[in-house]
Write a protein that binds this ligand. Structure first.
Ligand code: C5P
Length: 241
């Protein structure tokens, strides 16, 4: 059983390295995996990633690569060289791109980063999907892209909690499912439309949860992270009974 602390990813949705450092210090030892996304990476570049890793944290580099296979493969070689733990590519880039991504990650000198495929962005609804030429239902498209990603050697997917159980049923058990849109009971929903609690995410088959504002916006981020981990520990203990 994975240590529940290893299932929590804190989203560093901040504009500067100074703000990121402040947040990491406020969370303290309660979490060890941090998501660096487009905003922080565009503002500060790879040094912010190097600094987090040098301080003993793991980094989920969420840049959602989507380009020709050679270009994505080359970018992933650089990310692997930085020592990131997880990273994202767009599943809709297709099998050749996903295979190039997976192979680049596996060729890393140190431990290979886990390549996660983003399926259908949760901001897209059925109409949006149809408008870009995909006639299928959102759920079918999510499963289709996840299958291609796993068959191409990727280590997992990013999906909503609502999709996690379907993916476990249709695609199998042996890959990572990273779920954002997490809100502990009683916390503010913010701009997320569909949310689930940490326990619901784990029960649905998620391996990791991404949590931003419920931790970064809390008056005591360290305690907020500990409470989320405790909630995941309970569900993990129950599922062993
Ligand atoms: O603050 P909050 O917990 O909503 O942050 C969630 C994080 O997960 C943000 O970094 C957001 O960009 C990311 N994310 C998401 N929904 C997705 C994919 C990523 O909320 N479908």
């Amino acid at each position: 059983m994975t240590d529940p602390r290893e299932r929590l990813i804190v989203a560093l949705d901040v504009p500067s390295a100074a703000a990121a450092q402040k947040m990491v210090a406020a969370v303290g030892d309660s979490a060890s995996i941090y998501k660096v996304g487009m905003q922080l990476y565009t503002a500060e570049g790879p040094q912010v990633v190097r600094d987090l890793i040098a301080s003993g944290r793991k980094v989920f580099l969420d840049l959602k690569f989507h380009d020709i296979p050679n270009t994505v493969g080359s970018a992933i070689r650089e990310a692997a060289g930085l020592g990131v733990y997880m990273l994202t590519v767009h599943g809709s880039g297709g099998g050749k791109m996903l295979r190039a991504a997976a192979e680049s990650a596996k060729a890393a000198l140190g431990s290979a980063p886990i390549v996660l495929a983003v399926t259908v962005l949760t901001s897209m609804d059925q109409n949006d999907l149809n408008a870009v030429g995909v006639a299928d239902e959102v759920a079918h498209q999510v499963v289709r892209l996840a299958r291609i990603a796993i068959q191409s050697g990727c280590g997992g997917v990013v999906a909503s909690v609502q999709e996690a159980a379907l993916l476990r049923k249709e695609v199998g058990g042996n890959f990572a499912i990273v779920t954002p849109g997490i809100r502990p009971a009683g916390s503010a929903i913010g701009d997320q439309a569909r949310v689930a609690t940490p326990a619901e995410a784990i029960a649905a088959g998620a391996t990791h949860i991404v949590v931003g504002r419920p931790i970064t916006g809390a008056s005591d981020p360290s305690n907020a992270a500990r409470e989320i981990i405790a909630e995941m520990s309970e569900i993990a203990a129950e599922s062993r009974l």
